[in-house]
Design a protein around this ligand. Structure first.
Ligand SMILES: O=C(O)CCC(=O)C(=O)O
Length: 283
């Protein structure tokens, strides 16, 4: 992805604090509703983004968004398929399976993945500024993956646990994947800022399968305003509290019409691992 597109699409969280060591997961706390009282009202800055497959869309570029007042999210709970929007771009579909893996097995997998995968700290570039990503990452795939100034080198031999998980997702969904980006959130200070997985190498309407291990963390989505006449507010917001052993599928226009993030938390959190299986195409 070009620097310009990285800048526009992947609004990485330079404002996040650094992690302070991996906190082992205990029993995840029950999901809680986020969002409070105040409906946000904010004039925001937008820029025009040229989509890889033609057309344009408005993109929010205000990195100070994370510092606003708490806002209200519709919480999606329970197993199911949710059509979260229907636009000329198509349906944006979320599927959530909280019990994809048994809790004990998922905690064991967390321990193996945190000990055995080659996690590393990457440096992001944004506005000619460099900052450490507020999480550790790992990449498995036949070809390298580039985003936000980060290059994840190809790792052709898959760890057996990852290979097994990939097969189990395919058995459940009939979907196949050739790569996996893993995130290790060491504690509540780690997260990922608003972005969409819309790099050119993922193709149009990419399908992402996301597996979670360890601590429950909020996964939030906000819908891009659809036309310049809109009030430039993100009025449609969803949250799924991704629990240990859960599987989330994002399909259709989710990456084109929505952004997502895992916000930084202001209270103690244990570590969480997230594996995002994708299909990437050579350029
Ligand atoms: O940790 C998560 O659930 C989301 C990770 C994510 O957004 C990404 O890898 O693009």
């Amino acid at each position: 992805m070009s620097n310009k597109r990285q800048h526009q699409q992947r609004l990485q969280g330079g404002s996040f604090g650094r992690g302070r060591g991996v906190a082992r997961p205990g029993k995840p706390p029950p999901p809680r509703n986020v969002g409070a009282s105040s409906q946000e009202s904010l004039s925001s800055r937008f820029s025009t983004q040229h989509m890889p497959y033609g057309g344009e869309r408005l993109t929010f570029t205000d990195q100070h968004l994370d510092k606003r007042q708490p806002t209200t999210y519709d919480v999606i709970e329970g197993e199911g398929k949710y059509v979260i929007s229907e636009e000329p771009t198509g349906e944006a579909v979320i599927e959530y399976y909280p019990d994809f893996l048994k809790k004990d097995e998922a905690f064991n997998i967390f321990n193996r993945l945190s000990d055995e995968l080659p996690w590393s700290q990457k440096i992001n570039k944004k506005d000619d500024r460099e900052f450490e990503e507020p999480r550790l990452t790992v990449w498995y795939g036949d070809i390298k993956y580039k985003y936000s100034g980060v290059t994840q080198e190809a790792t052709k031999v898959w760890h057996p646990v990852l290979d097994d998980l990939r097969k189990r997702i395919t058995e459940k969904s009939d979907l196949t994947f050739n790569s996996m980006l893993g995130n290790l959130y060491r504690n509540g200070h780690d997260g990922v800022a608003w972005h969409s997985d819309s790099e050119y190498s993922l193709g149009k309407n990419p399908i992402i399968a996301s597996l979670s291990f360890g601590e429950t963390r909020a996964f939030q989505l906000r819908k891009n305003p659809m036309c310049p006449e809109d009030t430039y507010e993100f009025t449609d917001k969803k949250q799924i509290n991704l629990t240990n052993g859960s599987l989330l599928l994002m399909r259709g226009s989710v990456q084109e019409d929505w952004q997502h993030r895992v916000p930084r938390e202001y209270h103690d959190k244990n570590a969480r691992i997230n594996l995002t299986f994708r299909t990437i195409y050579p350029r």
